[in-house]
Design a protein around this ligand. Structure first.
Ligand code: SF4
Ligand code: SF4
Length: 363
């Protein structure tokens, strides 16, 4: 008679003879709907902002539209500056307050639901994701940077974030307010639009290179270069919602790890704490084993039992990210902290000469 000890592997094989398959997952369709809605919102804001700028550039002729404050979501540095002013003075700055509130909304989303901002809301993340999918279609697989290079490259976005934090940290709240009140600070949004409208040769080459790289190598911009994503990743460290694997139900097929765009070892971990996790739920969508993988609330001691896990459904996730976003925007509007407080006469003077407004520190 054999006295061979029962190993973990043999236990697994004996314990899981039948595997119940899960119902088709709708997380990716739901996420795509939210991504498209936010992409459309950004196109709308961009078009309205363009018309607003053109109105002033034409000396008050053409279609007069109000300035869409939501465009300040594209001013993350202004958002960080204003966050410092709010924290140190208790007052919401008058210039670009929407940048502050949008930053708060995105930080709140990350602090509750991992880096969901990146994979559910950010239009750059959406474009990057679908460029990657295009690359997969063309080349049949996703190219992943080897680990020895991937780790130092991932540090780049933290270096960029650190530079902004040091710069903003070295300024007092008063000097930040003063900076925002300069012509440069007031129309930094117009300068951003002009950057894309009148792009120089170098910028075109850099953006084209990044686009091609994103098709070939997965997630180049988000994974290695985006300081905003780095900030969201840091906020996501406190997120109570995480991807959790039930080792009792898991059959170790490895599909989840293969599907993960962040190359996380989902099939080996019990819960995903990594700052790389964007709550995209692609791992959950790929898992065919009932109760094996969920995006769920932080477990109490009893949560090792699968029946206590509180999974977040795709619809609940969509409601959560959109709900936080809307709640913060509505709060800012209701408290009159949404629109930048600049008289039309000042825009009339500054918008047509936006390209001449240089950074106050660069004279
Ligand atoms: S662990 Fe899952 S949710 Fe997190 S990034 Fe990977 S696939 Fe997306
Ligand atoms: S996809 Fe991942 S969690 Fe699901 S059964 Fe396979 S290894 Fe386990």
């Amino acid at each position: 008679m054999s006295t061979q000890p029962v190993t973990a592997t043999t236990q697994t094989r004996v314990k899981k003879p039948f595997v119940r398959r899960v119902a088709p997952d709708r997380s990716q369709r739901t996420r795509l709907a939210v991504q498209l809605a936010f992409a459309a919102l950004n196109v709308w804001l961009g078009a309205q902002f363009y018309l607003w700028v053109r109105f002033y550039e034409r000396g008050g002729e053409g279609l007069a539209v109000p300035r869409p404050a939501g465009v300040e979501g594209w001013l993350p540095i202004a958002g960080l500056m204003n966050l410092k002013v709010l924290l140190f003075t208790g007052h919401v700055p008058a210039i670009h307050p929407a940048a502050l509130f949008l930053l708060i909304a995105f930080l709140a989303i990350s602090a509750i639901a991992k880096k969901a901002f990146c994979s559910w809301l950010c239009p750059v993340g959406t474009v990057s994701e679908y460029l990657g999918k295009l690359g997969q279609k063309i080349f049949g697989r996703r190219l992943r940077v080897p680990r020895w290079l991937d780790i130092p490259l991932r540090g780049l976005r933290y270096v960029l974030l650190g530079m902004f934090v040091v710069l903003i940290g070295s300024m007092t709240a008063a000097s930040l307010n003063e900076f925002m009140g300069t012509p440069y600070g007031l129309i930094v949004d117009v300068k951003m639009l002009n950057f894309f409208r009148h792009m120089g040769e170098t910028s075109v080459i850099v953006i084209a290179a990044l686009t091609v790289l994103t098709v070939v190598v997965e997630n180049v911009w988000c994974r290695y270069l985006c300081p905003y994503g780095a900030l969201m990743g840091l906020a996501s460290l406190v997120s109570p919602l995480k991807i959790r694997r039930n080792v009792e139900a898991c059959i170790d097929c490895g599909k989840c790890a293969k599907a993960c765009p962040a190359s996380l070892k989902v099939d080996k971990l019990v819960q995903i704490r990594s700052i790389e996790c964007t709550a995209c739920m692609e791992c959950v969508a790929s898992c065919q084993t009932e109760g094996a993988l969920q995006f769920s609330l932080a477990p109490g001691r009893e949560a090792v039992q699968p029946r206590y896990r509180r999974a977040v459904t795709p619809l609940a996730m969509a409601a959560l990210v959109c709900g936080i976003f809307l709640a913060v925007v509505l709060f800012a509007r209701a408290t009159n902290h949404w629109q930048t407080n600049v008289p039309a006469g000042m825009y009339e003077q500054l918008v047509p000469i936006a390209d001449q407004a240089s950074h106050p520190g660069m004279h």
